[in-house]
Design a protein around this ligand. Sequence first.
Ligand code: MLT
Length: 399
Amino acid sequence: MVKRNPHMSKLSGSYLFPEVKKRARALLEKTPEAKLISLSIGDTTEQLPPFVTQSLVQKAIAMGTASGYEGYGAEQGLDSLRKSISETYYKGLVAPEEVFISDGAKCDIARLQMLFGSDVITAVQDPAYPVYVDTSVIMGQTGSHTNSYYDRLVYLPCTAENNFFPVLDENTPPFDLLYFCNPNNPTGAVCTKQQLQKLVDFVKERGAFLIYDAAYSVYIQDPALPRTIFEIPGAKDVAIEINSFSKIIGFTGIRLSWTVIPKDLRFEEGPSVITDWNRIMTTCFNGASIIAQHGGLGALTPEGLKEIDTLVQFYLGNAKLLKDHFTQSGYEVFGGTHAPYLFVKTPHQSSWEAFDHFLYKYNIVTTPGSGFGPGGEGYLRLSAFGKRATIEEALSRLN
Ligand code: MLT
């Protein structure tokens, strides 16, 4: 018989969003006529804008011609897209060769587990996007004590009292990797330059690496707030940045993302991280879809950038409607200004109790804050990705 990966049994039964869906389905089984509204998973809802659509279509058509057909592309992505990300998104702060194109931030987070192996100690913000913790647990970063699944995982409490930014000081337990999401999923908090400088300096002082998830960075509206960790002096000595076209231009179904590995980032023994990452990507990945990459190229042209801004403003408009409503109804609400997520305090109810309350009373599906870690208990996360009519319908039900 084949033995199961013993670490799988240390995960909760299902990943957060399938669990949310399961509970919503249970309601539909009891009340099939219920019209559910989802403010749960952060999935984009607006159609692809015309210029970006055209970029995808043109390449798809070219693939049906003898001269335009292409087979496998470079595992690292099209040179033109790497260059365009370097110039347009990073304004030259990173070189094209430091950008690795892929099929999703979530997939790259999982592949990072291969890069670092199971011996590292991983720190996460608490609450955090569950993929950081779950992939670490699958890899076995759970320690040798059978009664403690998480002793190779360090939770850094991020609370409303500390503006959802962890206390980083001599009491912070040792770690090798720190996963950090800004703007934050799930809290919607956004960091100042000073906070990010503190983060980079602290990680450097600890001789650790920062895995910086910037998947929501286009939602930052204030030019004084950094959109990439590489705006912070010293970041190239410690940080890897992950980003994605999913929430930028509605590519959740198309699949396209990137990870930046600075050329000079080195392991303790000396080898460069980029060489190992390249080895992993060329071994485990055959490159992102050529058609999707052409869509990405279109998104980074001046026309595409205008389309990105229109989409971002639309979803932030949804966030404002939600934020205003919940605030006026007496809830304490965080996020939703530089992020498409709102974190709503649910006094007197646990996260799952509040989830059930909104599900059964209003037929609105939310995400329980506790699904993002113990620090999310007592909160609900609301996603501002939705059709305007859906958001308005949700608000009218709540009135
Ligand atoms: C979320 O709802 O947290 C995200 O959409 C999930 C994801 O990006 O994988």
